[in-house]
Ligand binder design. Structure first.
Ligand code: A3D
Length: 305
């Protein structure tokens, strides 16, 4: 059985632990700086096992030495945004946390793959790549996969089809510089433009870009965690089961999409070795320049840390 370490036992971290355990994907080590909290949540999750019938171990700890066995470390430690706040306003506080967590990963799990979830996502993926130096195939972010799920949900709702019939594609930043791609979004292979008019499509694109903020403003405290943990678990499963799944992930680009030395969301092939391939879509000029702008902003924001 593989072991996955989830750093940060807050809303995203604990629901991720729950989903991984319920799918029996791996043993889970839940780490947080708050004493007792990860231990309490892990005990609670273990006590659900006799009812739900899963046979994996879930351990809560404040000690990073316990992540030694992990082949995948998922970083959810950090502060979520408040209503009216952009993800970018979290840069300084969360980069300190991610730096601290990366130092511990380098010490205790130097061979692991690292999936970053902390916001602002692309800036934190960039920072984690710098701090860890593990190579870009081993350090990547979950952001685009959630955005694609949101886009797919909005499309299914509007078309009136099953959610699982929609295959959506979102590239660029996990934030205002997100680039949902209707041209690469289909309903069982049927192009979106055959099913909806351009005004409808534009409205769904806008709602996708603002999808996270819509939930933050409804919740009033904290941000989304059910769909984020589902997207994280989907990516964790691709790695643990070596599926070679095509997912949207934030990665360090090295010339792809005309971007070198910055991170943004692109489609990749994800398997046991991490990022196995970066897929280069043919983009229109406007789409490509938005992707490049998103990547340039990551470098700008990173310089301010
Ligand atoms: P929350 O419920 O506050 O949990 C964060 C946890 O991190 C808390 O339990 C903290 O105690 C813990 N923590 C802080 N510092 C450390 C540290 N050094 N080591 C270990 N644990 C620490 O927040 P959340 O779970 O809702 O969100 C966590 C992060 O994920 C935030 O930055 C969110 O913005 C981000 N997030 C990203 C997405 C993406 O799609 C990229 C989606 C949802 C949330």
């Amino acid at each position: 059985m593989d072991t996955v370490a989830v750093i940060g036992a807050g809303m995203v971290g604990s629901t991720t632990a729950q989903r991984i355990a319920e799918r029996e994907l791996a043993d889970v080590i839940l780490v947080d700086i708050v004493e007792g909290m990860p231990q309490g949540k892990a005990l609670d999750l273990r006590q659900a096992a006799p009812i739900l019938g899963y046979d994996v171990d879930v351990v809560g700890t404040n000690d990073y030495a316990d992540i030694e066995e992990a082949s995948l470390v998922i970083i959810t430690a950090g502060v979520p945004r408040k209503p009216g706040m952009s993800r970018e306003e979290l840069v300084s506080v969360n980069s300190g946390i991610v730096r601290d967590v990366c130092e511990k990963i380098a010490e205790h799990a130097p061979d692991a793959l690292v999936m970053v979830v902390t916001n602002p996502l692309d800036v934190m993926v960039y920072a984690a790549n710098q701090y860890l130096g593990f190579g870009r195939h081993r350090v990547f972010g979950m952001g685009g996969e959630l955005d694609a799920a949101r886009f797919a949900y909005f499309v299914a709702e509007r078309v009136g089809c099953s959610y699982s019939d929609v295959s959506a594609m979102v590239v660029g930043g996990h934030g205002a510089k997100m680039v949902p791609l209707p041209r690469y979004t289909t309903v069982r292979g049927i192009p979106l433009s055959r099913l909806l008019d351009s005004k409808d499509i534009e409205e769904l694109v806008r709602r996708t870009i603002e999808g996270g903020a819509e939930i933050v403003s409804l919740l009033k405290t904290g941000s989304a965690y059910y769909a984020p943990s589902a997207a994280i678990t989907h990516m964790a499963e691709a790695i643990i089961m070596d599926r070679g799944s095509v997912v949207c992930s934030s990665v360090m680009l090295d010339g792809e999409y005309g971007v070198k030395g910055s991170c943004t969301g692109v489609p990749v092939v994800l398997g046991a070795c991490g990022i196995e391939e970066i897929i280069e879509l043919e983009l229109e000029d406007e789409e490509l320049s938005k992707v490049q702008e998103a990547a340039a902003e990551v470098v700008r924001l990173s310089a301010s840390v």
